[in-house]
Design a protein around this ligand. Sequence first.
Ligand code: SF4
Length: 304
Amino acid sequence: MTAEPVIDAQDTLATAVVPPTVRASLSPSRAADFKTCPLLYRFRSIDRLPERPTVEQARGTLVHAVLERLFDLPAAARTPESAGDLVAPQWDRLVTEEPELAGLFAEGDAAGVAEFLRSAATLLEGYFAVEDPRRLEPAEREALISAVVDDELLIRGYLDRLDVAPDGALRVVDYKTGGAPREAFEARALFQLKFYALVLWRTRGVVPRVLRLLYLKDAEICDYTPDAEELLRFERTVVALWQAIEQATARQDFRPRPSRLCDWCSHQAHCPSFGGTPPPFPTLATTDPLRDARSGPVTPGADE
Ligand code: SF4
């Protein structure tokens, strides 16, 4: 298998040249969707059924935004108070950029918004309980990274934070803000981190020393240390996953796989496992596996 860097962090695929051998692109979220439930992958990636943002997702996006901006401040100023001061302005910015977020609260529901902002500040307290950002100087934040594997598949995604030690060791950090039981999502979260580790290994030639999940609600850290053999196996898994997606697309056959994650699925109304009927399978143009790569980057924070 071969790999090559495609773009640098903070760049976008809209401006990058996708190598001509590349036939498809895959993000960790979409790959994890297919692993979780092939029909969920179809609804999100092929049918592109809309999903209304939930309050929990909006809180996650807000906390990620605050933690990203926090590191713009001089090290000594990265205090819990500074983070708290960033919450409201960042929410205003997000609502300006994504007006549908405002619809999460009834018009004039100032108390609801205030409670929401307080809950985001509480999650940030969880962050400060496990890390001291005054002692950190991240190399990258909300960075889009990508690599080509197996000559044909572009794998890419946004990582929350990358720390680089003086000896060059890499630590990939992912903030988890959800309130759902951790065990329901931990395998998915680790899959996502290994995905980033594979991209970094293939583009920089270094296996990250630590993959870190930072659970803000529980104020807990979960560290994982991958090795090259494991990432090689993981690469084969990702390629096999993509081949399975291609086959399912050619056959228009994406089956539901019910699990406890159905409780968080927005598409039960279309799911046969819940008495629903999927929409007609879209035309060939909308199943273009490189559509995302042609139209622009995946969304930061979307991998939460
Ligand atoms: S409800 Fe469950 S089985 Fe149905 S599409 Fe969603 S995740 Fe899959």
